[in-house]
Design a protein around this ligand. Sequence first.
Ligand SMILES: *[C@@H]1O[C@H](CO)[C@@H](O)[C@H](O)[C@H]1NC(C)=O
Ligand SMILES: [Mn+2]
Length: 389
Amino acid sequence: MKRAWLMLTLAALNGIQACKHSHDDNKVWSEAELAELNAKWDSEWAFGGIGSFAHLPHVKCLTHPSETFDIAIVGAPFDTAVTYRPGARFGPRAIRHASGRQHSLRGFNPRTNTNPYQTWAKIIDCGDIPITPIDNNIAQRQMFEALTELGQHRTASSLISKPRLMVLGGDHSLSLPALRALNKIYGHEIQVLHFDAHLDTWDPNAYPAYWGTTPFNHGSMFWLANQEGLLSNSSDMPSVHAGLRTRLSSIADFEDDTAQNWIRYSASDIDHLGTEGIINGIMDALGTTNPIYLSVDIDVLDPAFAPGTGTPEPGGWSTREFIHILRGIEGLNIVGADVVEVSPVYQGSGEETTFAAAQVVYELLTSMTKRVLHKDVSQGSLGASKDEL
Ligand SMILES: *[C@@H]1O[C@H](CO)[C@@H](O)[C@H](O)[C@H]1NC(C)=O
Ligand SMILES: [Mn+2]
């Protein structure tokens, strides 16, 4: 008996000793030990990790109001305002997935000689706005309130006074709550640069309306934005569409669009103006100081390059041509941007659409971070005021 008891006791003691190999709650980890853990385990392969955009740190910023950042990646998985193929609610996840090969350690962009993930700007992935797929009135409020909140977080850098928002859509209607949020944050109307096959300035009242109209949809949000006074009406502060090629109801659609203070570049303008002509036209219209909201509907690309979208239109730009144009407009003062209408279920198994969308985001982040660096160098000051409205 005694012997058995002794053995049990020894076994128990052994057990206690074995426990010593697991973490002691009171252990204080030295800097060196933590550094070693980081060196061993902190890296992520392109195909690994939980799946934030470009492996950036993820914080649920909406529940962490004191989190600081200079650029927030935020998903708006919403697609119940579309008129044709749905599915863009799956866009943010799929774009993040495709962004896996972007990494701060391999993010250097030779066109600017900068790595957008290693500049003055703290870029984080704020996650998704939880948006109801059931009720678009509630959905609009959720997007507006969330983007207003995010756009008022404190910045990490003193180079800018308000953080930039980079929204992953989602259908295109989300640009309206985004513009409302910017209007609330800056207290001023704004200009939009809009890449799209479609105008999206359609007056919802111009259509048969026996059953009533639903102005909040992905083809009328810029019409609503104009009605609400969110966009500038002044002729020296127009907004610009580029990449257009949609069929119209009649030429009156263009007249309505012009009356809403838009300038238009069609997809085929690239054939006679070239990418440089389009770039110059955009820069002449928008300048380098006015705050700009940049909205990229992925259907601006030809369906050969981006079939994963809700309303594809043949005859668009190639991904390479579009990226060249984006690089040419890097001088714009982009205060917010979106990449929308990415509907992964319709893309090919090579995931070309989401790779294109992730690359567009990377180019925009490059331009947003390079611009302030450049301003810093050229003006020799870190003043934020010129960068704001
Ligand atoms: C621009 O014009 C529209 C239509 O007349 C109007 O509703 C809107 O408030 C105007 N915007 C501004 C900023 O004044
Ligand atoms: Mn659109």
